[in-house]
Design a protein around this ligand. Structure first.
Ligand code: SF4
Length: 220
């Protein structure tokens, strides 16, 4: 049984990618949707073929390593299969969301989509993860992301300052309670602008927030 004893894959991205011949794409069914169809899995298997590699990640996506020369065509093939390909990498705002109870609790889905179009991809000093959860159960752990949003009846509680990983990982703290749905987009833009304006080069968001949170400009 391979659950524990065989964890030495033949084809990691690092092993494949000696000279930039391979590119890694993060693929998922969507920002909210977490269900793949069999046809989508077949498409993933087809584009990876015998040469590439497939790995699941901690960020609700599957990582596929594919030949760099095929990136444009492969991205299109995956998108044509209805898959979401995170095409923007690096130090940007990257959005995550819960699955909204597999579509049963979609009250916050429209504003989540609006936030995605407004915020995803904004350049920041260090990659900033924004996690939207659709109710107070907060079961996709938004308080452990840089900015955690927990929806509750036409408003969001906003958590900041989490140390997302490492031995000193820590949940964020409640920064603002009940920010109205029609205010949340500009509210988040203000936070991201503060980060861009006042952070040190490459300073992670939690360090920036913990270093500056007594400054007047946080009185929003
Ligand atoms: S956070 Fe709430 S809405 Fe989202 S999946 Fe969990 S229970 Fe459902």
């Amino acid at each position: 049984m391979n659950a524990f004893c065989k964890n030495i894959p033949d084809k990691t991205f690092e092993k494949l990618n000696h000279n930039g011949e391979f590119t890694r794409l993060a693929v998922s069914p969507g920002i909210i949707n977490k269900h793949y169809t069999p046809a989508q899995f077949q498409t993933i298997a087809k584009v990876v073929g015998e040469t590439g590699a497939i790995k699941y990640s901690a960020s609700y996506s599957i990582l596929v390593s594919i030949p760099t020369v095929d990136v444009a065509a492969t991205t299109k093939e995956l998108q044509d299969a209805g898959l979401y390909v995170a095409t923007k990498q690096g130090p940007i705002v990257a959005m995550k969301a819960c699955d909204f109870c597999d579509g049963d609790k979609m009250e916050a889905a429209p504003i989540t989509q609006q936030l995605y179009h407004s915020l995803e991809g904004i350049a920041v000093p260090t990659r900033l993860r924004l996690n939207v959860n659709g109710c107070a159960s907060a079961c996709y752990n938004p308080v452990y992301d840089d900015i955690g949003l927990v929806y509750q009846k036409d408003s969001f509680d906003v958590y900041l300052g989490a140390v997302p990983m490492g031995a000193n990982a820590q949940a964020g703290t409640l920064f603002a309670k009940r920010v109205a749905v029609d205010r949340i987009e500009s509210f988040l833009h203000e936070i991201i602008s503060l980060y861009n304006e006042h952070a040190r080069p490459n300073e992670p968001f939690y360090k920036f927030y913990r270093r500056t949170n007594s400054a007047d400009y946080w009185k929003m």
